[in-house]
Design a binder for this molecule. Sequence first.
Ligand code: 4HQ
Length: 262
Amino acid sequence: MKFTVLSIFPELFDSFRAHGMVRRALELRKIEMSTVQIRDFAEGRHRVTDDRPYGGGCGMVMKPEPLAGAIRSAKARFPEARTILLTPQGRLFKQGLARQLAAEKALILICGRYEGVDERVGLNLVDDEISIGDYVLTGGELGAMVIMDAVTRLVPGVLGGEESAQKDSFSDHLLEHAHYTRPREFEGQAVPEVLLSGNHAEIERWRLEASLVRTFLKRRDLLHKRPLSSEETAILTRWCREIEKIISLNSAPGVDSSPGAE
Ligand code: 4HQ
């Protein structure tokens, strides 16, 4: 995967490049990451990249010519690249889109500043508009990092344990089960016994149940988006029965189960 980022603050990407899985992917040559200084494509002694909005109002707008120059230069280097503008008006970035992008050969990520970019840049030079969420950033750079981060870990050969990106939260629309490491007891809290048992079938069953229940409690909306396997149906049915048992036992006539009643 070849990433090219267009920004007036390319130095923002220095520490991003220099750490963690992104750094490893770069070292392994599974990804490339280059930046283009948009200002280099601006005219005049001051290399101005912004101007006042037609129609008046506060804030500045990114001038179209420097951006168009920077985009054309990046496209000339990577003609096969998908060109993406970071903007709150774009489609929401989700794991499914990360997977689609990971299948591309190259991505050009355009980061605006100020109030945004001149509308006319989008028409011919941008393939896709993406938003990382419904909030307003001061620039597209963090969005570009979010996209590159999520895509990098999906690039084949990046993740050491090849299956771990696949098994992740969201790949199956479930939240991750709880994770534990040493020590066996931490501040009075023990690790669930089954995880120490060495019984891998049981451990997998526990993890599926933990994922399902956690998703039900924290992100119920995710469960409406997917079919349940027969094993999952069995787990949820068992929980249902347990809850029904408690309800019927405690709602017997004469039993006051309101809080505080013993
Ligand atoms: N921007 N997801 C860049 C965003 C944004 C988002 C606002 C984009 C400012 C100049 N980018 N402009 N949300 O808030 O990607």
